[in-house]
Ligand binder design. Structure first.
Ligand code: ACO
Length: 437
C-alpha cells in the first residue's frame, strides 16, 4: 500500500565489554532522535539488552504516525492531529493512514463506496449473539466476533495476496461499527439495526446504535461531527500496547482478523483503552468535589494502588494534544445537548485543576490524556460506560490494520521473539515422586 522510507545511518556508537567492542550504527528516521541498532550486539559481545516494557526500544520502522512526547505533537503521515480533527473526516483519515496520502476527490469517493459496500455482516454472524450472556461486556463480544470473521471471510485471509489484505482491511473498517452497535443492542435487548449506506460513516454508526425501528432517526450534525472527531483522534497512535500486540501476532503470519482480535483484547485493559471507562467509574466513586482531596491522597499513597485514571502517558510528558481537542469537543457537545451544569464535568474540571497544581503530578509530568474527556463526551452522547472502550476499538481498527499492512510489506519483518533474563532454578535432575521431601 503506502511506500515506506527506510531509515539511514547517521552515526555510530561504541559499546565496550572487557576486551570486546561493538559498533552500534545510529539510525535516523525523518524526524525524532537517532536510534542505536543493537541487532548484532549478541553476536559481537555475547549479551542481550533488557527493556521489559520497551520504553527505550524501537520495535520497527514505521511511516504512519509520529509522536513527540515532550512537545505534545501527534502527526498522522506528517499531518498534525489538530488540522485533521478540524478539517478532515474519519474516512479520509482512514485512507491517509492506509495509503500514506490524502485522497483526491475521486479516490475518496471510490474508497468511501468501497468501504460502504462492506458494512453488512454475514447473516450467520448474527447467531453469535444468541450464545452470549445478555450482560456480556461489549469488548468480549467485539473480540470474539472480529476473531470469528476469519471463519466467515476465508477469501481474504491469505496474507501474501495484497488484494486479499486490502479486502480484509475494508471489511474490518466497514463492519466494526456494525459489530459495536450490535453488541450494545444485544446488551439492552433492542432489535439489531442494519447498516444504512446512504449515511456517512459516523452517522451510520450513531444510527445503528441509537435508532429503533418504530421511530425515525435524524442524525444531529454536531453530534455526528463530534463522533467523527473522536474516531479521528483515536485512529492511530504509533507502537502502543495494542498496536504492538497486532504486529506481534501478525509477525507469525496469523490472519488479519485474528490479529485485530488480539489488538482488541490488548486495548481492553484499564491502563490502555479501558481507561475511558475507568475515568467515569472513578468520577462516580469520588461523587463530590469535597471528596477530591481524600481521593488525591489515596492516589499518592503507593500502597493503595489507586491511579488517577485519564492522567499520565508513557510518551506524552508535557500534554496530550488529543486531550486538548477532546476538551474543546466536550464543551461543544454539552452546549449542543443543553447540558449547562453537568456535575460529572464540574468534578472532572476541579480534579484536573487540583492535579495540575499538585507537586506529585507536576514532578512526574502527569497530564490529562485523551481518555480524561472522551468518557464525559460519550456519556453525554448517550453511550453507556461499557461502550467507551469498544468505540475506541472501532476507531483504532484502521490504525491497527494500517500498521499490520506496513509490517507485512516490510522486507525486514521477521517473527517477533523477545528474549529474557532467566531467574529460575539452575539445571537439576528429576527426582522420582517417592524420593521427594
Ligand atoms: N496516577 C497516579 N500516579 C501515576 C499515574 C496516575 N494516573 N500515572 C503514572 N503515575 C506515577 C507512577 O506511579 C510512577 O510513580 P513513581 O515514579 O513514584 O513510581 C510515575 O508516575 C511514572 O509512571 P509510570 O507508571 O512509570 O508510567 P508508565 O509510562 O509506565 O505508565 C500509564 C503510563 C499506564 C498510562 C499510567 O500513567 C497510567 O496508568 N495512567 C492511568 C491510566 C490511563 O489513563 N491510561 C490511558 C493511557 S492513554 C491511552 O491508552 C489511550
Amino acid at each position: 500500500m503506502a511506500q515506506t522510507a527506510t531509515s539511514k545511518q547517521v552515526g555510530s556508537a561504541t559499546l565496550t565489554l572487557g576486551d570486546k567492542t561493538a559498533t552500534l550504527p545510529l539510525l535516523g528516521g525523518t524526524m525524532g532522535p537517532p536510534v542505536a541498532d543493537i541487532r548484532k550486539i549478541q553476536g559481537d559481545l555475547g549479551i542481550f539488552t533488557f527493556d521489559p516494557s520497551f520504553g527505550a526500544t524501537a520495535s520497527c520502522e514505521s511511516s504512519i504516525t509520529y509522536i513527540d512526547g515532550d512537545e505534545g505533537i501527534l502527526l498522522y503521515r506528517g499531518y498534525p492531529i489538530e488540522q485533521l480533527a478540524e478539517h478532515s473526516t474519519f474516512l479520509e483519515v482512514a485512507y491517509l493512514l492506509l495509503y500514506g496520502e490524502l485522497p483526491n476527490e475521486e479516490k475518496l469517493k471510490s474508497f468511501t463506496s468501497g468501504v460502504t459496500l462492506h458494512t453488512m455482516l454475514h447473516e450467520q454472524i448474527r447467531r453469535f449473539w444468541d450464545g452470549f450472556r445478555r450482560d456480556a461486556h461489549p469488548m468480549a463480544m467485539l473480540c470474539s466476533v472480529v476473531g470469528a470473521m476469519s471463519a466467515f471471510y476465508p477469501d481474504s485471509i491469505d496474507i501474501n495476496d495484497p488484494r486479499q489484505r486490502e479486502i480484509s482491511a475494508y471489511r474490518m473498517i466497514a463492519k466494526i461499527p456494525t459489530i459495536t452497535a450490535w453488541a450494545h443492542k444485544y446488551n439492552v435487548g433492542q432489535p439489531f439495526m442494519y447498516p444504512r449506506n446512504d449515511l456517512s460513516y459516523s452517522e451510520n454508526f450513531l444510527y445503528m446504535f441509537h435508532a429503533v425501528p418504530p421511530q425515525t432517526y435524524v442524525p444531529n450534525p454536531i453530534l455526528t461531527r463530534a463522533m467523527d472527531r473522536i474516531f479521528i483522534l483515536h485512529a492511530d497512535h504509533e507502537q502502543n500496547a495494542s498496536t504492538s500486540t497486532v504486529r506481534l501476532a501478525g509477525s507469525t503470519g496469523a490472519n488479519p482478523f485474528a490479529c485485530i482480535a488480539a489488538g482488541i483484547a490488548s486495548l481492553w485493559g484499564p491502563a490502555h483503552g479501558g481507561a475511558n471507562e475507568a475515568v467515569l467509574k472513578m468520577l462516580a466513586e469520588i461523587g463530590h468535589k469535597d471528596n477530591i482531596p481524600a481521593f488525591i491522597a489515596q492516589v499518592k499513597d503507593k500502597n493503595s494502588h489507586v491511579k488517577l485514571m485519564g492522567f499520565g502517558h508513557r510518551v506524552y510528558k508535557n500534554f496530550d494534544p488529543r486531550a486538548k481537542i477532546m476538551q474543546k469537543t466536550c464543551y461543544e457537545v454539552l452546549g449542543e445537548l443543553g447540558i449547562k451544569n453537568d456535575p460529572m464535568l464540574d468534578l472532572a474540571i476541579e480534579l484536573e485543576k487540583i492535579a495540575l497544581e499538585d507537586p506529585y503530578f507536576v514532578e512526574r509530568k502527569l497530564y490529562p490524556n485523551v481518555d480524561f474527556y472522551s468518557g464525559i463526551i460519550l456519556k453525554a452522547m448517550g453511550f453507556p460506560t461499557t461502550m467507551f472502550t469498544p468505540i475506541f476499538a472501532l476507531a483504532r481498527t484502521v490504525g491497527w490494520i494500517s500498521q499490520w499492512m506496513e509490517m507485512i510489506e516490510d522486507p525486514q519483518q521477521r517473527i517477533g521473539r523477545p528474549r529474557q533474563i532467566y531467574t529460575g532454578a539452575v539445571t537439576r535432575d528429576y527426582v522420582p515422586v517417592d524420593k521427594r521431601s
